[in-house]
Design a protein around this ligand. Structure first.
Ligand code: ADP
Ligand code: ZN
Length: 211
């Protein structure tokens, strides 16, 4: 499968990507995870991305395309990939289309998780993330067994810098302005599949009806 996951922050793109990955061996490629790892490692890329990320703003299209042009050439992409958090702007979507044409690859679909704003805000403010392995928890619906400690790796669970209320408002605004137009872009490409949920079963049914 070669799928783009669309939807606001907190829509559940990462969770769906992991579930799909477990099904058919496609890799999840999350530009947010790649950037957070670069910031944590203090690389040049991380230094360039850090301030924008902390504020909930987008990093530049140029930086993102540099990452993705390399990433999509790696061997593990041959089995298929789930793009999580990319593309995020019309220029990125156009650059991706050109890149895929060059590589002779075709997307199966762009899956939009169309989730109401209230649900999103509630999810994001209660979300916590493992500082080490990135496992996602929720203080209400998926607390760790021991408070503040990751079930998977035992490291500390934290609230992301960009999950303060102010940064969340900004991320949603950035989504509406810069990323929401991709829904029409992919509808015009004939690739859009839109589901009003992030529950795995209906999402799988919607994807399978396309493959
Ligand atoms: P979210 O949880 O909001 O979906 P991500 O984990 O995908 O966020 O990304 C975190 C941050 O990384 C974004 O707020 C943005 O600063 C940056 N980022 C990730 N992907 C992109 C992209 N494709 N284009 C620009 N910035 C990006
Ligand atoms: Zn962990």
């Amino acid at each position: 499968m070669k799928i783009i996951l669309l939807g606001p922050p907190g829509a559940g793109k990462g969770t769906i990507a992991k579930a799909l990955m477990a099904q058919d061996g496609s890799v999840q490629i999350s530009t947010g995870d790649i950037l957070r790892a670069a910031v944590a490692a203090g690389t040049e890329l991380g230094k360039k991305a850090e301030a924008a990320m902390k504020a909930g703003d987008l990093v530049t299209d140029e930086l993102i395309m540099g990452i993705m042009e390399e990433r999509l050439l790696e061997d593990d992409c041959k089995q298929g990939y789930l793009l999580d958090g990319f593309p995020r702007t019309i220029p990125q979507a156009e650059a991706l289309r050109a890149l895929l044409a060059r590589l002779g690859e075709k997307l199966d679909c762009a899956l939009e998780l169309d989730i109401p704003r209230e649900v999103i805000i509630d999810r994001l403010t209660t979300r916590r993330t493992c500082s080490n392995c990135g496992e996602i928890y929720n203080v209400k619906s998926k607390p760790p067994k021991v408070e503040g400690v990751c079930d998977v790796c035992g490291s500390e669970i934290v609230q992301r810098d960009d999950e303060t209320e102010e940064a969340i408002e900004n991320r949603l605004e950035v989504y509406n302005e810069q990323t929401a137009p991709l829904v029409d872009f992919y509808r015009n490409e004939g690739l859009l599949v839109s589901v009003p949920t992030s529950d795995l079963e209906p999402v799988l049914a919607a994807i399978n009806s396309r493959l």
